[in-house]
Ligand binder design. Sequence first.
Ligand code: CO
Length: 132
Amino acid sequence: MIGNLNHVAIAVPDLEAAIATYRDTLGANVGAPQDEPDHGVTVVFITLPNTKIELLYPLGENSPIQGFLDKNPSGGIHHICYEVEDIEAARDKMLASGARVLGDIKTGAHGKPVIFLHPKDFTGTLVELEQI
Ligand code: CO
């Protein structure tokens, strides 16, 4: 069912340092920071030839990644995102297999419908499915 790896999201405690690491040390194509108030994050998109990396930095008081950074003060991989063709069919298949879907279908950072899946049901990794 899942298709391409759309992105790997990395939560970072220092956005400028993370940008410098990817742009200067790794030589990647790093975009400008974009505030996403609806998601409580500032996002930096890094475009690779075959996928994307998203740096996530907390925005506002109740950012959903603050707890992750409290537990992982150096930052770390927050989630991975796979592409699916039909988000409703994907959600129904996850529920039918007994996997925990976190919340409802939402509009993700790319303006496309997404769902998140509980890490305990997916080998310890928070998984995002995005309809492409
Ligand atoms: Co994502």
